[in-house]
Structures are given as structure tokens and as C-alpha cells.
Design a protein around this ligand. Sequence first.
Ligand SMILES: [Zn+2]
Length: 511
Amino acid sequence: MYMKRQISDSEKRILITQHRSTDGKIYCFIDNEPIDDENTIQFDHIDPYAKSEDTSLDNIAPVCKNHNLAKKDMSLSEYRDKLSIERLFKSKEENGKQLKLNDVLESKFNSEYGFVVKYDYDKTNDSISLKFYSDTNQIKLPEVKKYPVFECPITKLKFFYAQIPVVNILNDGKEESEIELQPRPLIIDHFWNLYRHLRVNTQLQPSICRIEGNNPIFVFDGQHKAAARIWAGAKFLDVKVFIEPDVIKLMKTNLVAHDKLKQLRFYSSILADKLAQIYGVNWQKYMETADKKTEKGFCSFVKYSETSTDENPVKQLEAYIVESILKHSENKMLPFIAPENKTGKQYAISRDSLKKYYFRYFVASPPLDIEFDSKDDFRNQEIENNIKLLNILAEITLINKWDPDSNSTEHKKADRIYRAGSVMAWFPLLRNIIFNKLDLMASETDRILFRVISEDKWKLIEIFVNKMFSHKIWVDKDPNIDIIIGNKKSELTKDLFKDKGLTDKWVLGLI
Ligand SMILES: [Zn+2]
């Protein structure tokens, strides 16, 4: 998320004057259409990487109401670029083709790219000097650069690192030729996520290339990175270049990596998608490893990755699962949950209490060692199931009942249900009841909702949740009840529940 700064009314007036065109109109930054009703003009940042102390208005532009709404948390230039990326992909699709690195070059440079690089490899001194041409006919004097050459200790392949002009690269291999080291098309989501990431972050790994004959430098791995940087306006690219490598051998190495990479586009796991968004380059690097792709695998990959500067990935995972449940548009519990760092009488429960006393029972704690999208991966279902369960609770205990401004019997009951000591006692009770009704095995206690649950089972769960909250303890006039459940010592409430007869056996009708 980029830094947003507040714009005062007087600044708005200055901006309107600045952006008023000679025809008297103000134009939307996104599509350059005039904004007819000036009262609806909104302003936002053009560039996502604005310093917080930057007081200049240069980075702010007008946007129409609809585009401002549609762009969500993106900066103006990001949103405009997103639309043009989508157009580019669409135009290829309409012609029955898929987008590749060369198409991105074409759309940026209009045939002024793919220029030849001539080289002279000095084997005795382990160095290579390169002539970068900047026109097709090689009339302009080329820029000359020299780099040290290294050798792979395993395969003896020679290579060098460099920063090269983007007009001197091409995607590796023509579609009709047999040797095509980079046969994959660009994937729009992946391209877009990397683009966004690389606009505000440094590119950590170079793209991988080869040099051979009188050609441009061919990029055969890291195509998305290269395309994203070029789209963002980069003139140079960080590369690792193999010198006249055994192409067949490289092809085999690369195809092994591709087979693994293919999975990427099929991941329907929302967690995998989220990780790709948060971790950008690191996620891509992880995708290129041969391991099966799991939450656990990714967390340890980030932990041991030398380039890692990321926050604890397990915490990120946890936070994301919880957020996906709480912030889901169908979550009926949400209005009753106090937002972060807010408490107060109007809310039934805080996020903190839910994290501490609810999610520990109903979300399998990450990181799991289960392959994304495999037959054993039920993260998506778990998130849906939690929303269902919270909705059942909201319907039975809160909706049309919770009303802190009144002193109604219904509100008093709801208030008693959500007191600190209460939730610490009935959340585990609820866990036991669901565990029993789903006929689970002891080994499954820590992943109760991590599965497909039939509608019949949900009806059953609802019946027993109703029964739990029909117990007389919730309306009993005994003042000691309120004293005990107001206490944060869960043992006291658990004993109270037992004394009053609210136990899992009672709910389940076993006594
Ligand atoms: Zn607009």
C-alpha cells in the first residue's frame, strides 16, 4: 500500500486550477475523459512510491468518481497501467495468441528493439567484452562494456552478470523453431503482481539469458520479471548470461522447472494467491524450486532465503486466514466485532478475543504440510465453514437481540454469552459438540472445520448450537453468574457451567 497524504480544500483549489485544460475542462487521469460535474472530482496519488514528507502536489492528479472507486487501493498510475495490461492481454487473446516477452517489447518500443550484441570472449583472462548496438542497421556506434566471466563448478558452463539495455534482449526462441527455451506465455495475474511489486521494490534475482552468435541476448528464464520491469519503464535489465551454452542441456534443465511452474496457474487456493501477492519475487523463486508447494514449505523457504527481508511468514498466514473469515462480505458476525484497537460497550466481542479463544479451535494452525490444491487441501473450505459457523452463532445469539442501548432481556442474554469468561468456556464446548456431530477421530481435533461439511451436518450443528443457548444459565437471575463470567479466569466459568449443568453431555442429550 502506498503512502497517502491528505489534501486540504485550498490545495484542491490549486490542483483544479493547475489541471484545468485550455478548453476549460478537467480531465480524468485514467482515461483522459472530461469530468463534467466538477463537484465530483476526486484526487489521488499518481506514483505509489511517494515520500511521506513530500508536500509537492506534482504527484497528485484528478480522477473521476467511478475510476476512483474502481481503482481501490491502487495509485493512479498503477490503475492506469493495470487497464493497459489487461487491454494488451485481451488483444492477443482475440487473435488466438498468448502474450510473451517480445509482445511487451513491441508494445513499448514499436519494432525498435531486439538489437544485436556482438561479443569477444577472452578465455585466457576470463573476461568478455560486449558491443551493444542501438539500431537495426548497426550504423550508430555501439556502447562497449567488459565483464568478468565465471564458471559453474558442476557443469563448467561459463557465465557473466550484467545490467544490459532492454532493447538488446529477446525472448528465447521463435515459436516455429525447434529450439525454444522459453515456451511459456505470460500469465496476467503473475505479471501484474510482479509489476506492482517491482515498482516499489528492488529486483532481487536477475533474469537468466544466453548469448550466442550475432544475436540479441536471449532471455530464457525470469520472463515475468523482465516483462514487468519493462512495462514499468525500465531501460536496463539485471541479467545472468550463459556464454554459448549447450542449448539442449539447458532446455532440459529449464523444462523441469517449467513442469513445476505450470502448477502456478492452477492454484485455486486463495492462500497461494495471497502469498504470491505479499511475497512477490520470493514466491516466484519458491515456485521455481522442485519441492511440493505447501504453506510449510514456503515459510521455511522464506526463512532460509538469503535475500529475505520479510516479516514472519507464519504470522502473515495466520493473519490472512483470520482476515479472510472476518472481513468476508457474508460474515454476519462482523458488525458485532470490535475493530482493531477499539473496544466498548457497543460490540459483543473483540478481534483479540476471537483470535485467542475462537480461532485456536476452528482454524488449523499454519503452516500446514499439505500440497496446495491437492485432494487433502481444505483451506478454502475451512474459511467458508468458519463463516458459516459464525453466521449460525450470529443468527442465534446476536442478530435482533444485541442492543446495548436497551435493557432488554434478549440483550442481557446476549451480553452474558459474550462476556470474557463465558466465551473462554463455551467456545471449547462448541468445539466438542461439533467434533462429536461430525464423527471425527481424535487425530482431527485440531482441524475440525478443515473439511467438506454436508448441509445435513450443518443443520445438525445448528440444532445443537440452539440447544446450547437455550440453557437456563443464560437467563438465570443468580447474580453470582455475572460476577464469575466477568472474570477472565476460564477455570472459574468452566466450574460454574458444570455446576449449572451446561456441559457437552447435556447439549448432546447424553444425560
Ligand atoms: Zn475516469
